[in-house]
Design a protein. Structure first.
Length: 267
């Protein structure tokens, strides 16, 4: 029997982690969400008795500490795996390249804040809140969901100059993960940054603008990765991510790995 806590579990990749982990009825799955009444996570929880929906916002220290306390009450004070999946971006700035950011001391921090708050501050607070439980767990694994978009090599290969704040925040996350891995290695705790691939998490029918954006990104990604056909579905991404998490050991702790378990096949 294993226990898993997933932040940002109300939709997309986080929700798929909950679905797949809950399918094994021996698992205890803690879905950490800002709104426990959200439709999708409520529906999943209604199907699986081993899913516990817990209110928690990683950008609010008290909130995520309360979530860890609620988790402890359910699991008996321990946790095997923490998956920090929470993510946010400023949609108005996502298409900007670095030189397009304004000379505005108020606007620019606001553009960076959602990504920094979830990846960096949220990563610290979520990890620290659940760390006492992880120390008592059997697997002792902490995983932060990151991206290859934070890698200079990937950026140079593809020429992708947009998504600046998102990429910078995830680059900081990768460093933070390495720092945690160095600190926690003596306790047998493994920490990993994990890229889920290029995943199609869009809900409902895509607008022409979204289709156009996907086509544009595909052409750019294919410059560096010619074999890429398009996005993968959350089901495939999470299935592969769980394999990587299962194989996480002392040798891979502190690294950024792809959903394929390596540092080459990012898409």
């Amino acid at each position: 029997m294993s226990s898993y806590a997933i932040t940002g579990a109300s939709k997309g990749i986080g929700l798929e982690f909950v679905r797949q982990l809950a399918a094994d009825t021996s698992n205890t799955v803690l879905a950490i969400v800002r709104n426990p009444k959200a439709t999708d996570i409520s529906e999943v929880a209604s199907k699986y008795s081993n899913v516990h929906v817990i209110k928690g916002d990683v950008t609010d220290p008290k909130s995520i500490l309360d979530a860890a306390s609620s988790t402890s009450a359910i699991t008996g004070g321990k946790l095997d795996v923490l998956i920090h999946n929470s993510n946010a971006v400023d949609s108005a700035a996502i298409a900007l390249s670095p030189s397009q950011f304004p000379f505005d001391a108020e606007a620019v921090p606001k553009m960076f804040e959602p990504s920094i708050a979830t990846a960096i501050y949220g990563g610290l607070w979520a990890t620290n809140a659940f760390l006492p439980l992880i120390e008592k767990g059997n697997q002792k694994k902490i995983v932060h969901i990151s991206t290859a978009m934070a890698l200079p090599d990937f950026i140079n290969k593809t020429g992708v100059s947009y998504a600046v704040a998102y990429s910078v925040a995830k680059a900081g996350m990768n460093v933070q993960v390495a720092k945690y891995a160095a600190e926690l290695a003596p306790k047998g705790i493994k920490v990993l940054a994990l890229s889920p691939g290029w995943v199609d998490t869009w809900e409902g029918e895509k607008t022409p603008e979204v289709v156009q954006a996907d086509e544009f990104m595909l052409k750019q990604f294919q410059v560096g990765y010619p074999d890429l056909k398009g996005k993968i579905l959350p089901d495939e991404s999470v299935r592969k991510c769980l394999q990587v998490i299962g194989n996480l050991d002392e040798r891979s702790s502190g690294l950024l790995l792809s959903h394929n378990g390596d540092q080459e096949r990012w898409t």
